[in-house]
Write a protein that binds this ligand. Sequence first.
Ligand SMILES: Cc1cc2nc3c(=O)[nH]c(=O)nc-3n(C[C@H](O)[C@H](O)[C@H](O)COP(=O)(O)OP(=O)(O)OC[C@H]3O[C@@H](n4cnc5c(N)ncnc54)[C@H](O)[C@@H]3O)c2cc1C
Length: 367
Amino acid sequence: MSYLVVGGGILGASAAYELMKQGQDVTLVDSQMEGQATYAGAGIVCPWVSARKDPDLYALARASAIRYPELVESLRNDGADDTGYRLCGALALAEDEATLQELYQEAVTKREETSFVGDVKTLSNQEAQAMFPPLADDVKAVYVSGGARVDGAKLNRALLQAFQNCGGQYLEGSVSLEVSGDHVVAYINEERIEADEIIVATGAWTNDLLKPLGLELLLEPQRGQIAHLTLIEETADWPVVLPQSSHYMLAFEAGRVVMGATREADSGFDYRLTAGGVHDVLHEGLAVAPDLVEATLEDVRIGFRPMGPDGKPLLGRVNAFSNLTVATGLGPSGLTIGPYIGKLAAQLATGTKIDQTIDHLDPLRQT
Ligand SMILES: Cc1cc2nc3c(=O)[nH]c(=O)nc-3n(C[C@H](O)[C@H](O)[C@H](O)COP(=O)(O)OP(=O)(O)OC[C@H]3O[C@@H](n4cnc5c(N)ncnc54)[C@H](O)[C@@H]3O)c2cc1C
């Protein structure tokens, strides 16, 4: 069987890699859109203390977070060892004692289901600052050792590299789809490409691709602007910082600190930095970590999160056609759940039995 995966962000790349691991004949095509969410994504992988309380989403995030070390090992074995993944721990911040206790309880309760949550402890301000020195003097934190981070751009490159090392074919180009009888056919830059099965994983752009098939998902782009700062000191071991707002922070090697991010509904595909967006990110971030005020502002990235109707992925076969699987809608959690959803998409395309129900993720759901 031949498989075509359209879209080479974390979701498409994960699906394509999974198919290769099953020994299939796979082509992956990506059109290198400006605003790819995976490149812009911050990279927090920590569902153990999360603002998103949906149990279905948590189940997916937990399955994916637990699987990350195994994926990293598999990529390494396939010749791609720079994934930017690290189990660095997380600090969930609180300004008052009641919130601190709630965060602590959430992590401890989740640890009853999986030991991957790791150590959970409340920290004084001084202890929190010892782990993430620029933090403000008025915050306390719950520390969770099972929090992790991943560099979306590096992981994506690693997935594509391992995919090709396993024999997969990667093409750059824009795909369009057309109906032919009961199935869908694909064209790359107007040239027809034969594939028995097609997986559409084109993130926020998916409706553009599906329109000629008469399909429209409840899916919108949500712009995120996200700042990359640099410091002189080494920051590789710093934990992820999760305040009570959507303005988080995380650090990578060589003094890089990422401060995110705006969540701009109704942005359309407007690929621009805005004065308000950059102000918002820096203002909120510096309120949490004022000592970053002297850091160098290296870069501000823009990404379009693929937002479905309810924060949950859009994943499933499209029954109107014999060969089409759709996978998108990863929203703000895609660097966490992308590898797992990619695996499920590959299983759907190959007809492999999935040992959980995914009916609630129906990509054509209208609520
Ligand atoms: C600012 C920001 C911060 C984030 N932080 C986090 C975080 O900390 N933790 C977390 O878990 N998640 C985070 N996310 C969410 C995560 O980045 C996304 O959910 C995820 O990357 C979506 O992946 P995707 O593969 O579905 O889409 P994308 O990465 O957008 O990939 C879609 C791909 O499809 C291609 N494409 C589109 N149309 C076509 C076509 N016609 N033909 C061929 N190719 C096509 C594009 O070129 C693109 O490469 C963040 C997102 C943003 C924007």
